[in-house]
Design a protein around this ligand. Structure first.
Ligand code: PHE
Length: 434
């Protein structure tokens, strides 16, 4: 796409932005981070931070894209040449997350294939599936390569063609499926314990790291701090009211995470031998449950298909940022940029796949709990200072509330968000030194 296009329909934007935000972060990462952080108190802090800090930053990224019509690197250096390095840092993060995400998407692909080949047999032994996969490094790398290849193909096809069709077809189906499965999992005897675990805030479980882990997860799940939303905002049509768009995306994303919790915890607590705190939680819990449910294999196939397409949607968003920045900066063709980024992503994936799960957890923690909040801090600083005179984009003349919201939003960008991020990083440091 030589010239910057815009979404053909209003829903095109929503589908792509929600497609980027909703993904493995909600269904795979959220449950085990909640498990690891002690449940309800973490969930409460997470929801508050998503609305109070994540949403204003999401809006700011969309505004930066819409007002500059550029990707993050050019948009930031358009404000001031010195800011370019913050953009570079974000694009670098996107590259690392793209690679890391490909590994987990590969796991999803594995389960999708397993459920598919077992459809005719109607039953199968699910218990050893995840540990068997963990023992096969080459298989993990192969699956990650297939995922990267598929992402490249979709991105090369271009914004409208690539994204809208995929995600549009999947979202409603996924929601219905998820609700059906939650209905079944809430019928388990452990559901009361699960609800208490998820929603009763036991503040004695809070540690020095809780704030940082919640904040990091908010940025990750809303795709904030990577420049993804800047790119999506740049394709947004003139008539779109950004705060409303951002609010809808953040709301959908947060609801989806809570639904994932409602699905996984009754199952995991019922089984009692599933570790709540490890990245394998979703992959250990759900298949075991499905093996007992009537028609579970078909359900499993449909679930992992939807989850895979959601993972693909998020990966497309990541590759889209990398490619559009590459193209904006170097005038390399879109196709070439997509291939180069894909190959680089695969090379980065080699190291963690050939080490144990501890290595993956370390990459995850450095990336999401430390580097991502730093990137968000840089963005807060730049955007708070460059948006002083951008009321027109923010304020919807039909809605008086948006005038009040505007000053709140600037306050968050200037003071509340930076202070929270700095505090969260400081607390995490205390936890390490403790
Ligand atoms: N928000 C996505 C998720 O929750 C991950 C992601 C991050 C996607 C950054 C694109 C950019 O799965």
């Amino acid at each position: 796409m030589g010239k910057r296009g815009s979404w053909k329909t209003r829903y095109g934007f929503y589908l792509a932005a929600i497609g980027s935000a909703c993904g493995l972060g909600n269904l795979w990462r959220f449950p085990y981070v909640v498990g690891d952080s002690g449940g309800g108190a973490f969930v409460l802090i997470y929801v508050l931070l998503a609305l109070l800090i994540g949403l204003p930053l999401l809006i700011a990224e969309l505004m930066l894209g819409k007002s500059s019509k550029k990707s993050i690197l050019s948009a930031l250096s358009g404000i001031n040449k010195k800011f370019k390095w913050v953009g570079m840092f974000s694009v670098l993060l996107s590259m690392i997350v793209f690679s890391y995400y490909a590994i987990i998407s590969g796991w999803v692909l594995h389960f999708l294939v397993q459920f598919f080949i077992h459809i005719p047999r109607e039953s199968f032994e699910v218990q050893p599936l995840f540990s068997a996969l963990m023992a096969k490094n080459w298989l993990q790398l192969g699956l990650a390569s297939v995922h990267i290849l598929l992402t490249i193909i979709v991105v090369i096809k271009g914004v409208q063609d690539g994204l809208e069709k995929w995600i549009g077809a999947m979202m409603p189906l996924f929601t219905v499926l998820l609700l059906l499965l939650i209905f079944k999992s809430l019928a388990l005897p452990a559901s009361m314990d699960a609800l208490r675990f998820l929603f009763y805030p036991d503040f004695s479980k809070i540690t020095w790291s809780t704030l940082g882990h919640a904040l990091g997860h908010v940025f990750f799940t809303l795709s904030v701090g990577f420049g993804t939303m800047v790119t999506f905002g740049s394709y947004l049509r003139e008539s779109e009211h950004i705060p409303t768009a951002g609010y809808r995306v953040a709301l959908m994303d947060t609801l989806l995470s809570l639904l994932a919790g409602l699905l996984i915890f009754p199952i995991a607590l019922q089984a009692s031998n599933i570790p709540l705190t490890e990245p394998g939680l979703l992959f250990e819990a759900l298949p075991r449950f499905l093996a007992q449910v009537q028609g579970g294999i078909i359900f499993g196939f449909a679930f992992f298909l939807c989850l895979y397409i959601a993972a693909l949607g998020a990966s497309i968003g990541l590759l889209e940022v990398i490619v559009s920045n590459f193209v904006d900066q170097t005038k390399v063709s879109r196709n070439k940029a997509a291939w180069l980024a894909g190959i680089f992503g695969l090379l980065l994936a080699i190291f963690p796949t050939f080490r144990d799960q501890g290595m993956l957890a370390l990459v995850d923690s450095i990336l999401i709990n430390w580097l991502l909040p730093l990137a968000a801090l840089g963005m807060c600083f730049i955007m708070a200072h460059s948006f002083k005179n951008k009321e027109k984009i923010f304020i919807d003349s039909d809605k008086i509330e948006s005038v009040i919201l505007y000053s709140h939003w600037l306050f968050v960008l200037k003071y509340l968000a930076p202070a929270t991020i700095v505090l969260a990083l400081f607390f995490q440091l205390i936890d390490i030194l403790h």
